[in-house]
Design a protein around this ligand. Sequence first.
Ligand code: GDP
Ligand code: GDP
Length: 520
Amino acid sequence: MANRSAGLPVVAFVGRPNVGKSTLFNRVVGDDRAAIVEDRARTTRDRLYGDAEWNGRRFIVVDTGGLEVAPGDPIEEAVQVQARLAISEADVIVFLVDAETGPTPADLDAAQLLRRTTKPVLVAANKADNQRREQDATEFYSFGWEDTFAISANHGRGVGDLLDAVVWALPPESVREVARKAREVQADAWADEVAAGRLDPFVIGVDDADDPEGDDDLEAETPEAEAARWDALMAAEDNDPPAIAFVGRPNVGKSSLLNSLLGENRTIVSDIPGTTRDAIDTTIPWGRSEIVLIDTAGIKRRGKVANGPAADRYSTLRALKAIARADVAVLVLDAADGLTAQDAHVAGYVIEEGRGLVLAVNKWDIVEGKTHKSFDEFVTQLRRDLPFIDYAPIVSISAKTGQRVQRVLELAVEVWGERRKRINTGELNRLIREVVERTPPAMVHGRRSKIRYATQAGVAPPTFVFFATDPASIHFSYRRFLENRLREAYGFDGTPIKLVFREQAREKRVYKGKPGKSKR
Ligand code: GDP
Ligand code: GDP
């Protein structure tokens, strides 16, 4: 346990306004994952961070620009402030400059600051849309960094080379990431096998009865083989105790909550140095086991950064790194402020990362004019603001008085369990068959996709593969409908679940029935 590995590495785009940071960000950050939920659009519109993948490596990209600069606040206006914050959390820094304008005094200031970091810095001279500008870009070699690239974020020119260098400069892949990839590859390979008809998930469970004579030309996976496959898939994570991250904007009461929790757990086991330079994880006993609280140093840190957008961005970045290492994130909100855009960002990110989520509404003690309805009203508002995470448990607490603080951990551990829940294939298909028979997918262009069967291909988060005749035509709303039915039947409180739709390569005899035999 002592060396819990890091989550995804962070790449920060730093540079003065207008050099093209957000243009590059949009080019580099894939949008496929953002499309999981339609409501997400609201929270991702002005994203500050996103997921990128290049040459098989995933990383978080942080756009340090795009902030509304608080007018009249000279500190906020200085690009160095943002740069400094980003530098402190990033693994690799991409320093963007403008080949059209050439070096400016603001660039020189930023360069001076960046020279002090030991982290890899890559210079990207943007707007090098043509060869002449590419020539101009060489001016920036004078800043002293060997890795200087001429790029055009608009046209994509040179961006591949830049990303090659970024990936090259990333820290080695974490154990967790390697394990995650291995699981993904195995789950994929298995799903392909099933789709190709070489494996038949239907032989598991009661559905055998559908085809008592067996499907003679299909090689069935034995329950032993299935169990072994699961063991292999799960081995990487199985022994880890629940890892919980507390995230939220500055001043919502994260460190107060932490102190309250640690106060009640006097027998703290240990502090474990995390992987970020100054991250510290804390284990506390929990029943016969223990819980790991992720990056408690980040929670305790106080007064080092001012309030305001820059501080928000900094804390968000720190939170992202913590989330990537956690099983469950507790998003702490301030009852007085309700939900802010920044909170919604973080909540969206937790879900995109496939982590569990608990919402803790803190400072409940100072809510004025509380009645027995206040909490319900607060919950209704939150559900309205965050419809895509209506499955996350919400608890009102007071870190100050200690009210319900233990409940936060209880909920987080419950969510941790939900996130690892596994549904037996036979049981799952009974449900899906019933649901699909009653409410089939809508017709698209005169055709109706048939959902043949489903199987749970993974846990943490629970991942279901649906095999269908025309998966592309299954509308988002129907996918959401299926998700809701799964949640109704099996809970999965607080955890995102993934639904994957695959083409079924050939008709399965199990369903067609054999001549002279009835289907069921
Ligand atoms: P940011 O403030 O650093 O995030 O910069 P933006 O991404 O908002 O870009 C500032 C301006 O530069 C916009 O008008 C972009 O269209 C433009 N821009 C960005 N990349 C390029 C590029 O590769 N070539 C040219 N010619 N313009 C670009
Ligand atoms: P953090 O920045 O999220 O770690 O927030 P802190 O734990 O430093 O708390 C910020 C401020 O809110 C401090 O002044 C705390 O005393 C106060 N605070 C934290 N939790 C509560 C609470 O439950 N009730 C009240 N009334 N104040 C709180």
